[in-house]
Ligand binder design. Sequence first.
Ligand SMILES: Cc1ncc(COP(=O)(O)O)c(C=O)c1O
Length: 468
Amino acid sequence: MWITINRNSGISLSRQIYCEIKDMILSGSLNFEQKLPSSRTLAKELSVSRNTVLDAYNQLIAEGYLETRHGYGTIIAKVILDHQIDFKLDYTSEIRDSLHEYKQNNYIDFCSGIPELKLFPRKELSKLYKQILHDLSHLDFRYNSTAGVWKLREEISQYLFRIRGIRCSPRNIMIVSGSTQGLSLISQVLYKNNQKVIVEDPIHKGLLKVISTVGYSVVGIQVDDKGINTNLIKSIKDVSFIYTTPSHQYPLGGILPIQRRLELIKYAVENNCYIVEDDYDSEFRYEGQPISSLYELNPNKVIYIGSFSKILSPAIRMGFMLLPDDIIDDYKSLKMYSDVHTESISQYVLAEFIKNGGLEKHIFKMKKLYNRKRKYLIDILNIEFTNEFKIKGQVAGLHIVVHFYNVIFTEKLINQIYKANIRVYPIQQYAIENKAEYDHEVVLGYAHLNFDEIEQGVRMLRKIIHTN
Ligand SMILES: Cc1ncc(COP(=O)(O)O)c(C=O)c1O
């Protein structure tokens, strides 16, 4: 029997034998009822003790891979071969491919919503991780609160007051593994048969999927330069919640004026539904005052979702929600039976990072940089496409929307751009209906690109567009 064992691997010999035989069974290399060598023979072949082989065989018998037949020996059990799987399948390949694609980095990707990862505060956070792992009590390594680490919830409540003017109790703050998880859980908590969800059109396609996957029928309401058009929602009935990005409509970039905000709240009260306010990047506003939240207009009707993905990194998967009192219990129960709680060591680290001022310092630094990058991108657009375009949306966020007066982003044009190793994202891809209305517009995310990449990317874009 061809079994290779490695005496230096740190994995016990019986475990290695067990794994090798199991792999051969699952891949079909060993057939049903095939007899295995006796434990004594195999031990001799592999120069290991007989007990080592017996341990492996016994484990495989206990798990149903092998059977012993009296007077005959040990054979492969049938049940396995009826459910044969391709063991050569590499489950990690998909992940590796996307990482590889990223690392190759031989194209300029104007994708939206990625912060400048080269300036991720590694030094500050690694110091805090080290300190916190040292200082935590052993009890902190137990299961933690489903709602999140109290210290982080307290820090977020003060942070929100400082930078957003939001007053809320830490009791209403729930820590989630990214705002995507928050939206998914809240969609499930609020789900009732035959209810609808009103969303903005265009919208982030991933988040739309999060909502529709729960089973809702989704009603897209057209967005103009001020965000969701509230006149269009008045006649819609049986709504569970309205999903909106009022501080910086994603992707078009409008800010919802107070009249429309009040109309949304009025609608929610009269129709007994909720508003989910996705405040994904409001820290990055480069002109004027920060925009007030919808939440503060009616904390009983608005679920506020915040994220650390844009201000730090999407890799840490950390976000939070402010929940009205009446849904906290249902939410906690769902989160409990979903993933118990969001990873808590990082929560302690983040709490300390907010407390010692590190997070706000980082945001301040990034805000200055992103503002420079934004201006640079617009300068280069002006040089390469003078008078051929306009910018849509507010002076905020990590992306801009560019409307080219005489360009239509057909599939053919987008393919040509891709072939030139540039990635741009047509607004049509975000639209639910009336896609044609947006065929002159693309999203250009810039925060993660360096100045050279921004310049090269726009130059290349001009070359392709102008040769068409
Ligand atoms: C509008 C909007 N909301 C939410 C998210 C998701 O954030 P998170 O990484 O916290 O799940 C994104 C991510 O790009 C986004 O663009």
